[in-house]
Write a protein that binds this ligand. Sequence first.
Ligand code: FAD
Length: 378
Amino acid sequence: MTKHYDAIVLGAGAMGSAAAYHLARAGQKTLLLEQFELDHQKGSSYGHSRITRYAYDDPAYVKLAQAAFPAWAQLEAEAGEKLYTRTGGLDFGPPDSTSVRATIDCLKQMQIPHEVWQADEAMRHFPQFHLDDDTLVLFQADTGILSASRCVLAHLRLAERHGAELRPNTPIVEIVPDASGVTVKTVAETFSAARVVITAGGWARTVLAQVGLNVPLYPERCQEIYFETAQPEQYEAERFPAFIAHVGDVYGRHVYGIASNHNSGLKVALHGGQRVSHPSEINYEPTMQEIETVLRFTQRHLPDVTTLRSARVCLYTMTPDEHFLIDKHPQFPHVVFGGGCSGHSFKFSPVIGGILADLALRGTTAHDISLFGVARFL
Ligand SMILES: Cc1cc2nc3c(=O)[nH]c(=O)nc-3n(C[C@H](O)[C@H](O)[C@H](O)COP(=O)(O)OP(=O)(O)OC[C@H]3O[C@@H](n4cnc5c(N)ncnc54)[C@H](O)[C@@H]3O)c2cc1C
C-alpha cells in the first residue's frame, strides 16, 4: 500500500535538512529521502566550516542575513549546541575593487556597523596578513564560522524529534505531480504526499527536469583546502578573521579563508571551480593545480602557512546570475524547490528552510524572494 505523508523532502543537505525541520515543527507528517548516507561528502554541505556574514553587495542578501543570524541562535538554543563562532571578517582587494566598494556601500545603506581600513591598520589588528600598501579593507565584526556538518545534523536531529522520518540511502527515481498532490518513487517503494520540497543541490537540474522544469543549474567541482601554520594559535577562531580576498584578477577567482575550526587546520580555498553537467562526472580526488594556486596566494599574503594538511572536493551549484533558485512550480504550487546555491547559501539555510516550508504550506512567504524566482529561467 502506498504510504501517505503531508510533505516529502528530497535531499538532506543544508536546505533539505532545514526544510524538513520547519515542516515537522509545523506539525506536518514529513518524510525526508536522501540518496546517500546522512552528512555524506559528495554534495555541498559537509565539512568543518562555512562563513556567515552580513557583508554582501546586495541589500536582498543583507536582509536574509538579518533573519539568518537570529535563526542560527534559535537553532543553537533548541539543539543545545554551539554552531556559530563570531570571528569578525575581512573583505579586501585592490583600491579600485568594485566588489569591495559595492559591499561597503551596501553595508552603509543597510546601516550594518563596519569599518573601512587601510592595509597598515588591518595588519595591526590581524598581523597574520601581509597586505599590499594600497589594499582596501572592509571589516565587519559579526562575520563568523558555522560548523557546517554539525548544523546539518542539528536540523536533521530536531526534524526527527519533531516527528520527521529520515531515510538515508534512498534515492528518489521519479516524482509525478498531479492537481492535488504528488507521487514519489524510490527503487523499492512508492509514496504519496500533499506536497514535495525538492532540495537536490548539484543534482537539481536532473531532478527538476522530472517535473517539467528545465533550469540552468550547473555543478562546479570545488576544493576545500586546509593548511598547517607556523603559529597554529594565531589561526584559531579567537584570533583569526574569516576573509574574502577579491583577487580574481590575479588568481582567476576570489580566495577565501576561515580559522581552524575544531582542529581542522586553516582553510584557504578558491571560490568556485570547474563546471560539469552532472555530479557523476566529478573526480572527487583533489588535484594539485588548485592547491598550488592557493599556495601562491598564501606565500604572498599569509606567510605563516607551511604545509598542506588535507584537501577534499565538493560541489557548488551555480545559476547564471549566481542568485539562488527558490520558488514553487508554476503549474503545481505544491511542488516547491530550493537550489542554485551558487557557493554562498549555507549561511541562510535555516531561513531558506523556513521559506520552503512556508511556500509548501501556504504558497507564500514574508521574505522577499523576488531575486530567486524560476520565471527568470523559463
Ligand atoms: C567548498 C565549499 C565552501 C562553501 N563555503 C560557503 C560559505 O563559506 N558560506 C556559505 O554561506 N556557503 C558556502 N558554500 C555553499 C553552501 O555550502 C551550499 O550552497 C549549500 O551547502 C547547498 O546545500 P544544498 O542542500 O542545496 O545541497 P547539498 O548539500 O548537495 O544537498 C542536496 C542533497 O540532495 C541529495 N539528492 C540529490 N538527488 C537526490 C535524489 N534523487 N534522491 C534523494 N536525494 C537526492 C544529495 O545527495 C544531497 O545530499 C560552500 C560550498 C562548498 C562546496
